[in-house]
Design a protein around this ligand. Sequence first.
Ligand SMILES: Nc1ncnc2c1ncn2[C@@H]1O[C@H](COP(=O)(O)OP(=O)(O)O)[C@@H](O)[C@H]1O
Ligand SMILES: [Mg+2]
Length: 337
Amino acid sequence: MDTEHQKKIKQLFDSKFVARLIKDQAPDFAEKYDLSILTIKPIKRNIGTQSHHVIIQYNSPSFKDKPIFCSSSSDQNRENAFNALIFIQENGFKNTDIFLPKPILFDKHRNAFFYQGIEGENLLHYIKLNADISDYIKQTAEWISTLHEITTNGAENLNKQNSRIETIVPGPEKFLKKIEQKFPEYFDTVKENFKALVEWENKNLDDQKNLALVHGDFHPENIIINKSNNKVSAIDFTDICVSDYARDIANFIQQFRFMSLGRLSAEKIKHYQDMFLRGYFTARDIKKDKDIEKRIQLYSAWTALRSAIYFLLKSPAEPENANTVLKEAQSIVNQNE
Ligand SMILES: Nc1ncnc2c1ncn2[C@@H]1O[C@H](COP(=O)(O)OP(=O)(O)O)[C@@H](O)[C@H]1O
Ligand SMILES: [Mg+2]
């Protein structure tokens, strides 16, 4: 027997229910498309008795190459992603041919965010194939620089908690307590590095000129390549906020390397990282100096520490991976001292 929670979330897999929801909550969108024959393609389908994480794709011939996606999770608020996309759509990506997913609706009852996106594989898929990804890397740099060029006026309150390392959820009280219970041997290292990074960031963040609308989780699995025209777009806007733009750069560089380890040679990884950085700085006409290099170091360490926390707390935990990235965080923090 399904719980009420399960019944409610399973409705997202019912094409008639979803067509009705779109007609009711996004009538302007519904008017442009034929919603009578939606086919459902589950991408992630984890539905527990009280919790869930689902990603669903809906196709209809009238969508052509722009299907609808629904993203819903019990542990992360999706309304922020919806509001962020509305803001971005109104303030940027205009007059470019760079693709931005189109927000459709937010269903409060199921914490479900619907958007019109593109169909394709993520960048990690192409890393695993050892394909030539030069063009995708350049487009990724352009995509994120386009986001960073958007005005932050009016965006200050988007996901404010996420703007600083100090307050990013789940927050130190929660994650340190859990680490102490599950992996006490890592407790001190995580705690000390976290403290060092918070102090480091707090010295930097007053500099308004470095603030931008940042994606907040900019890694290869959140970059999709359109299978019909090879154009790149980002997805997964849950963590968007106003912060130092170096955060996205570092996040991408660091996670790209981590996900490529054992798949691409060290030279190739460096080659693509440099390509990304060059593309980014050229697009924004920014000089690469000591200051930005330092900030990238800071957020690389933060990305590594955040991954370590994730690997320790996920189930099943991955302590070996946690150890690898924790050492990376530690080594960057040591260099800075
Ligand atoms: N528009 C999309 N096109 C193709 N694949 C997608 C799309 N949206 C999500 N996916 C796939 O589902 C994965 C998870 O989706 P995402 O929105 O990043 O949610 P989360 O990371 O919170 O699970 C992506 O890494 C990607 O492989
Ligand atoms: Mg994701």
